[in-house]
Design a protein. Structure first.
Length: 375
């Protein structure tokens, strides 16, 4: 039976950032990922935005880790040659009624320590984004975009260089306390050709994303239930991508479900339109009953009146690991906690947006919890 100091379950951006953080301080670190490649689920099926931290309640984990993670992500990208663009974004009020919400959003961002926020009028909007229609906008200079896939792999590469062992096609099938350790049962390989293995770890970190509730339940902890929420995208390619210069957002969803269907000028010079937000059945339900292109065009016309249905083609979709059912109101915070019954286990649950941004800061937080476990 293999022995490990730390075993991380989940090879998304959060798991890989944690692996990078803990492997700086401890040897015998393992990361196991059930899919053939790292970051195949939530981590790379998003807009790739490095968020500022304006949306989240003051003193929440989302606010703290987003603001700090924003800075750390840029630093990491520079150091490790991960493609990114740091040019800020606009959050646009479509009418005078929304301007009150825009002022409140600016105040929330300032309360969270986001710097450089300022309000601009319709004329200034047109200077920055000539095709966007709005009455006012919030300029958010710290926002940018990154190559999410390359960011995930860079965290993993640094962790591997520091001695971490990363194993793909490795599904956790059992967790059992064993004295001061946790015995982890793994199924390694694909369905046709798999083998069972066991690793005994002093500390287990549950960063399983959409499946974090199921992993916690393997230890008898049924405190959480993940509700998959699908976000779908369309894409503008070719000359019409010039309709958008940078990042343009509406006001966030009033129920806290999402940040709204926005426009993202990608690193490859197309424009993503999305994501939508729809509760779905199944944690692998990326394609069933996709929205029509016409729905995207109608939604986008509020801020971008010139857009035509013919400008758009269906893009990819992703799933957010929501912690609350459809009738819930408001933003729900990350869960980052040691298990009360099995304290050598650390759970990260509901790691939706801004998880990509927050990941390096979350990694530092988890490293502190690991130090409590390992001493």
């Amino acid at each position: 039976m293999d022995q490990a100091n730390i075993l991380i379950i989940g090879g998304g951006v959060v798991g890989c950032a944690i692996a990078r953080a803990v492997s700086e301080h401890w040897q015998d670190v393992f990361l196991v990922e059930q899919f053939p490649k790292l970051g195949m689920a939530t981590s790379t099926r998003n807009s790739g935005v490095n968020h500022s931290g304006i949306y989240y309640p003051k003193n929440s984990l989302k606010a703290r880790h987003c603001v700090e993670g924003n800075r750390l992500t840029y630093e990491f990208c520079i150091k490790h040659n991960v493609p990114f663009r740091h040019k800020g974004k606009l959050v646009v009020a479509a009418n005078a009624h929304e301007e009150t919400e825009l002022v409140a959003l600016k105040k929330r961002g300032e309360d969270n320590g986001v710097e450089g926020l300022r309000l601009i009028d319709a004329a200034e909007i047109r200077k920055q984004e000539p095709h966007i229609r709005g009455t006012a906008a919030l300029v958010v200079p710290s926002t940018g975009i990154v190559s999410a896939e390359e960011l995930v792999h860079a965290y993993a590469r640094v962790a591997s260089n520091q001695g971490a062992n990363i194993v793909t096609r490795a599904e956790v099938v059992s967790l059992a306390p064993s004295g001061k350790n946790i015995r982890v049962g793994l199924r390694i390989g694909d369905q046709r050709d798999s083998q069972e293995e066991t690793i005994e770890a002093k500390c287990v970190i549950n960063a399983a994303g959409l499946h974090a509730d199921e992993v916690a339940a393997l230890l008898g902890n049924r405190s959480w239930h993940i509700y998959p929420v699908r976000g779908e995208y369309c894409e503008i390619r070719g000359p019409r991508a010039s309709l958008i210069n940078n990042l343009v957002y509406p006001l966030p969803h009033s129920r806290g479900l999402s940040l709204g269907v926005h426009f993202t000028k990608t690193l490859w010079a197309t424009v993503l339109v999305g994501p939508t937000a729809t509760y779905v059945e199944g944690k692998d339900n990326y394609e069933k009953d996709r929205l029509a292109i016409a729905d995207f065009a109608n939604s986008a016309k509020t801020l971008l009146p010139e857009i035509r249905e013919s400008d758009l083609q269906l893009g990819y979709s992703g799933l957010r690991p929501k912690l609350v059912p459809p009738d819930h109101q408001g933003i729900v915070d990350f869960v980052i906690t040691r298990d009360p019954a099995v304290p050598q286990a650390i759970h990260l649950v509901g790691m939706e947006s801004p998880g990509l941004t927050a990941a390096p800061s979350v990694g530092q937080h988890v490293r502190q919890l690991v130090a409590e476990v390992l001493g």
